[in-house]
Ligand binder design. Sequence first.
Ligand code: ATP
Ligand code: MG
Length: 208
Amino acid sequence: MKTIFKPLTETDEVLEAAHRVAMQEKQAEMHALIAAAKERRGLTIVHTGNGKGKSTAAFGLVTRMLGHGKHCVVVQFIKSGDAATERNLRCHLLRWHRCGEGFTWDTQSRAGDTEAVRTGWQIALNAMQDPEVNLILLDELNIALTYGYLPVAEAIEGLRTRLPHQHVVVTGRDAPSELIEYADLVTEMREVKHPFKAGVQAQAGIEF
Ligand code: ATP
Ligand code: MG
């Protein structure tokens, strides 16, 4: 098909010139911001809120790290059973620990939940002192903190004393305010719509 180019009108040229000036200003602003960001260190990242995507986004970060050939450790708190099929991923750079007894409303045991969280926390502490590890995902740790299975101050002390190059991602609803204060990057997922409310079942590859 023959492309017909319409000659630019005077108005088009004025718009084009104005756009170029605006973009040049934006470019200068962006370059200044990029030049100002000089620090490089491990981040504490929190995914919280009532919308879907907290763990999904965290697994995305794990995938990205693995793509860079970096070692990752995942500790899953609270959930049990086949809650996350991602653990079936086979990669020599990835260590996966499931330390949950199940949903709190199923276990109905504070003592059992606390013991499982303690086991997971010890694995997390070990990973946070392992120089080979670049990213640690503490999935649903916020739930353990909310229920008091692990004191928030103790969790923050563990994060604070970890190796400085390590990134840690903490997920789960209701992140405690002290953790939000301490973290470098906090994202709140907000539910706008969820198919569960319309009676749609959890589905392989989407929910688990
Ligand atoms: P995902 O693992 O899918 O990223 P999440 O980590 O944000 O979800 P969780 O609190 O861990 O959320 O809940 C996990 C499960 O609950 C998933 O199956 C998810 O689809 C479902 N879920 C998440 N948010 C909602 C919601 N607002 N209403 C109903 N179900 C939800
Ligand atoms: Mg989750």
